[in-house]
Design a protein around this ligand. Structure first.
Ligand code: ADP
Length: 219
């Protein structure tokens, strides 16, 4: 199967890091910005880097933007340009459009006009940092839906030397331990009778409210 081709529009902090990572992973990336200095900054890293205004439909057509599998619109500050660009990409028939939103309202408009995925990097990172401040044992939090999450939790001291059977988080908190990470090794079938040790990380899935109860019970 041919590798996916990506175009990134807007080479600020977010767009340029998406472009760099995809290139490092061996993907073909077209990077676009109307600021030629920004284009210059990534020109050695990505496959093609061009200076163009993404609100200019003809310019986008000339770049063959609709031939890319995924286009990421990473224009943050200029909300009007972000919306216009998304509309143009939609009209040109880009198969998958991912757009960075600055505010909730901006995100709503993007969803309405047909963005396939809207991301809120600042908001999400803010929530993560805040969550980590409140629950320092939580290393990673993955939202599965609005109600369910997977969390990676540093083993709290109250769980040291207890086995999964003894802890029985399934009966007590209706959460399931998916895996135990010990010394960087992930074990997805950790023996239920083996004691957990300081330094272990447990990966748990459950309803958000139950995960919070469990976190608080062992904090
Ligand atoms: P970040 O917060 O990720 O740094 P910015 O909003 O600061 O994002 O950066 C957005 C980038 O998008 C800037 O480099 C800017 O030049 C570029 N940009 C803004 N409007 C357009 C446009 N119409 N066409 C192409 N690039 C644009």
């Amino acid at each position: 199967m041919a590798k996916k081709q990506f175009a990134i529009i807007g080479l600020g902090r977010f767009g340029s890091s998406v472009a760099k990572y995809l290139s490092e992973m061996g993907y073909e990336v077209l990077a676009i910005d109307d600021d030629s200095d920004r284009v210059q900054d990534v020109s050695n890293i990505v496959t093609h880097a061009v200076s163009a205004d993404s609100t200019d439909e003809e310019a986008m057509r000339a770049l063959g933007i609709r031939n890319f599998d995924v286009v990421v619109v990473a224009i943050g500050q200029d909300i009007q340009a972000s919306i216009l660009t998304t509309l143009i990409l939609k009209d040109l028939g880009v198969p998958q459009i991912i757009v960075k939103a600055q505010t909730e309202l901006h995100g709503k408009v993007l969803n309405k006009i047909g963005a396939d995925k809207v991301v809120f990097p600042e908001r999400d990172m803010g929530l993560r940092v805040a969550h980590h401040l409140i629950s320092p044992n939580i290393l990673e939090h993955i939202e599965l839906s609005s109600n369910y999450s997977i969390v990676e939790m540093k083993l709290p001291s109250a769980m040291f030397d207890k086995s999964l059977k003894q802890l029985d988080v399934r009966a007590k908190y209706e959460c399931n331990v998916l895996a135990v990470k010990r010394k960087g090794e992930m074990n997805i079938s950790f023996p239920p009778d083996e004691p957990l040790k300081e330094g272990d990380v447990i990966v748990i899935v459950g309803l958000n409210e139950n995960l919070t109860k469990l976190e608080q019970a062992y904090a």
